[in-house]
Design a binder for this molecule. Sequence first.
Ligand code: SAH
Length: 546
Amino acid sequence: MTHLAIVILGQGSFNTAQRIKAGLPNSQILGLAGRVTGADVEIAEFGPALRDLYLQNRPIVVVCAAGIVIRTLASLLQNKRAEPPVLAVAEDGSAVVPLMGGLHGVNQIARQIGTILGTVPAITTTGEIRFNFTLEQPPAGYTVRNPQAAKTFMSDLLSGKGVRVEGNAPFLDATRITHDPDGPLRLLITTKDHEPAADELVLHPKSVVIAATGNWSNIPHILAEAGISPLSVAYVAVPETATLSLDFPIRLVPGELTAQHMVYAAIAEPELLGRGDIVIGTAVSPDAVSLIGHKRGRLAVVGLGPGSKDFMPPAVKAELARAQHIIGYFPYVEMAGPFRPDQTAHASDNRVEMDRSRHAFSLAAKGEDVVVVSSGDPGIFAMATAVIEALHQSDDPTWHGVELVILPGISAANAAASLAGAPLGHDFCVMSLSDNLKPWEVIETRLELATKADFALAFYNPISKARPWQLGRALEIIRANRASQTPVVLGRNVGRPGETIIVTTLGDLTPDMVDMRTVVIIGSSVTKTFERADGGTWVYTPRWYE
Ligand code: SAH
């Protein structure tokens, strides 16, 4: 069991949390800031932090009343298959209650914690109690081919029906399921592509290893010919330099992959099926399969949004949860945390985008799961472009073989616009005013044309110590073609501590009102304002022209 998050709300629970942590290496204590001292990680607010952990699929123990945990997670409890283990433990350690995650090992964790705290866990799952095992959740390495039948099968077993156990699954020895040669039920453990009959449950052990030096697209065909279920494939080993996409887990093998050799190396008692450049080997059980090479690495460039976790997409949260390495500009790496002890944060200074990108590829090419973080959207003046540029510059096939994904985020202009109303409600133009990476003349030309074209404008990187005069010059160009009454929105630190939104006009705007943490929005000729009930100002650009 890995990376258990032990959440506590007060110092009174710290002792129990520490006892659990001492017994379960890899676990972390998360304590409410201001209420708990000595926690590994501080959390600002209980509800959002608990929901984040849940969405990250972390096993969670909360040392508090079960009801509090249930109410806090209630809105997320739709999908039984996606739920991580969640347990409530009494403050004094006298009770351990597995609440959710029945299909993901919650009872096993409850038993472990019960042993640590010297108490009997409140396990209520019938199958578990009788057989020490449930078919709805076979151990890692086994897949139920007909999961829709598992529930009835398990109830039949519980009602006392005998079962013929056929095939080899060492894990069954540790359960209380016994073979009954005359039983009406049949539990079949096989790598073969067997269509289950009524009263039959088929478990496919992931004990088939394929080594392929070419012709990958033939793999499904060869498996079908051999009558092997794709669900039995543990992995396909291919040369590290192969670029391909397959529906199976892939292991990349550095150096030369001789199929025969690799399959023999991979498994204990191979039964080999040779097909030229594709060789299939079957081990006695999933436990006997040893891993060769490394998995395909993944590199995700993610947008954290403007700041607050509430505006971070769930897909980005999930990506951060699976990451082994987190790379980025240090304030953003901090924004993406906190991280588990098994995750490595590589925070760097600004302006080293290409170094960061190359570092990310070199880790991912070795099989690591890497996340590169940007604030806002990663494709807007941010890391996605640098990462793809680094890939374009490289002819290393192992870099090109990395699974590269870009996950979008809410950009500063969107976030700022939403706070003011809808100033970008019609055609708009996004520009970076930084002349670090493009000549100033290009910026001037674009400003002039965009203003003449009556786009609403959103400026990123509007000003900095190294670029003090550029914004003033930009405003001169804009004022030549836009009325001084044009509404302007200044969003500073949007979604972050110290957030401010200022609504002003083009005539009143001066560069000293703006800094590098501000996004500047300038309305078009039709952008309107009116007073809000709270005394502020709504700004919007209508969808139509008069
Ligand atoms: N990828 C980011 C933009 C990076 S460029 C995004 O999509 O938002 C950096 C500029 O973005 C800053 O100079 C500022 O103009 C703007 N910016 C980024 N985050 C901001 C925030 N939280 N509030 C206001 N402006 C922000």
